[in-house]
Design a protein around this ligand. Structure first.
Ligand code: FAD
Length: 454
């Protein structure tokens, strides 16, 4: 198995459970969980250096070492259900939840974001309300579960860290094993699971292409984060804690989705790939609730043709780089100023009725965000305002910017097996999943199938 992210860990767990005598090796390019410390956190550097092996993305748990919000749904977070069926996908996600509960002590309760009244109202305005069952573990519990899973697996499965798989050679006529080359050693295996996630997106694509497996680009999303008083969301928060809306804009037909809603939370920065992005933090992470709620509006699907979509990641990165080079990090603007095309001043930020929870640089986002994306977001803000009065208020704070990449979609069958027999794809590297629960469920699915069928 290549990769010890959530998909790899859950695949190994299930394969070992079904067939304890199976000989499993996990090769992971990052470090074990306790040694995963970003140099920015250690304060040895100030800005993201774009380390070749990033501690935030690589190592035991992969990018799953995060706030750990598990959404148990087929409504978003990937298309696993298209391969294994709705029922099976949900069944496996519930099983993932059970495993998390077994490995974690006193986890937060699950909650549901289902709200029929809101759903009907949303439809009237062309919005879709996407509901889910959620268990939000938080950073500490996530780490505890990952560590407990490591301690459980380490005597059953061989796990090697700090080792990057460089090349994979398919089984040949004389050789009935895959050849897996790392910088130090070559390994052989009769079955191979790629669970390489998002950090090795290009590498996975190259490997698939060299093995003659079809891949299709899926692009990237660009987002701006809004911050408004939590009180205007009272009705939503009281009934479902948070809500996820999607929308297709009237004019461009671009797709927009609300993401990572944090009632009483904070807007924070995230250092990744040498860039500084805006992010949101749940109020439980800091034990200091604020009066605000924040969430991102992500625009995707802006490059419609197959020819253009290959450039969407670079395009998204270029937007972040322009934002960073303008303000030294994250920019902020009052919504009222954004509409007028006027720079928000420090004084206006200080006197704004919605108090910012992040110290960002006030600016005019019209100067740095492409017009079409900005228009898409403005349209969505006005539509959302019909649902939740006050979102389009001039004091609403808009922070730039954030991106989300989707791995190329790898062609696999209903067993998540590629056309190369015995080569499986689990988790986000397949391009099928984009979330913790679905990445884990896909790992379970592959592990189970290999365990049962040998
Ligand atoms: C900042 C952030 C926060 C997120 N928060 C949430 C959330 O709260 N809820 C949610 O549902 N989703 C969230 N997601 C998405 C979610 O984390 C991922 O969908 C999921 O963790 C993917 O798991 P994975 O195992 O497929 O891939 P990854 O976690 O990327 O793991 C892949 C592993 O493979 C290793 N690897 C890659 N290539 C090689 C190689 N060649 N040789 C050896 N090892 C290799 C990597 O080092 C990595 O450890 C978040 C994503 C990010 C970036």
């Amino acid at each position: 198995m290549v990769g010890a992210g959530i998909a790899g860990i859950f695949a190994a767990y299930e394969l070992n459970k079904i067939n304890p005598s199976s000989n499993i090796l996990i090769i992971e390019k990052g470090k074990e969980i306790k040694k995963r410390v970003c140099p920015i956190k250690e304060q040895s550097i100030e800005k993201c250096n774009n380390c070749r092996i990033c501690h935030i993305k690589c190592g035991w748990g992969g990018v799953g070492k995060c706030e750990g919000k598990y959404n148990y749904t087929n409504n978003f977070g990937g298309d696993l259900y298209k391969y294994i069926g709705h029922k099976k996908a949900l069944e496996l996600m519930n099983y993932v939840d059970k495993i998390n509960c077994n490995f974690g002590d006193r986890l937060a309760n699950t909650y549901s974001t289902y709200n029929k009244e809101l759903e009907v109202k949303a439809e009237e305005y062309g919005l879709k309300l996407l509901h889910t069952k959620v268990r939000h573990l938080g950073t500490l519990k996530t780490e505890e579960i990952l560590l407990n899973m490591y301690n459980y697996l380490k005597d059953k499965v061989e796990i090697i860290f700090d080792t990057e798989v460089i090349n994979i050679i398919s089984k040949g006529k004389e050789n009935d094993s895959f050849t897996v080359e790392t910088q130090n050693r070559t390994y052989y295996s009769n079955k191979l699971i790629l669970a390489t996630g998002i950090s090795s997106s290009n590498w996975t694509k190259e490997q698939c292409t060299s093995l003659d497996i079809k891949v299709r680009e899926q692009g990237a999303a660009i987002g701006l984060r809004l911050e408004v008083p939590a009180s205007i969301f009272k009705k939503v928060i009281d009934s479902t804690y948070e809500a996820k809306f999607s929308y297709r804009t009237e004019k461009t037909k671009d797709f927009i989705i609300t993401y990572c809603m944090n009632p009483w939370g904070r807007v924070i920065t995230k250092h990744t790939n040498g860039m500084i992005m805006v992010d949101g933090q749940n109020y439980l992470e800091s034990n200091e609730p604020t009066n605000n709620i924040n969430f991102t509006l992500f625009v995707s699907d802006y490059f419609k043709s197959e020819d253009n979509i290959i450039y969407s990641k670079e395009f998204a990165d270029s937007v972040i780089k322009v934002v960073n080079s303008t303000g030294g990090g994250v920019l902020v603007q009052r919504f009222g100023d954004m509409i007028k095309g006027k720079v928000t001043s420090y004084n206006e930020i200080n006197n704004n009725t919605t108090k910012p929870t992040l110290d960002a640089t006030p600016f005019d986002l019209n100067l740095v965000i492409p017009k079409r994306l900005l228009n898409d977001i403005i349209e969505m803000i006005y539509v959302l305002d019909k649902m939740v009065k006050g979102i389009a208020d001039e004091n609403t704070l808009v922070y730039a910017a954030e991106t989300k990449y989707y791995n190329p979609l790898v062609q696999v069958n209903e067993n998540l097996e590629t056309k190369v027999k015995d080569l499986y794809m689990a988790g986000d590297c397949s391009g099928i999943t984009h979330s913790l629960s679905q990445a884990a469920a896909s790992g379970i699915y592959v592990g189970k199938n290999i365990g049962i069928n040998g």
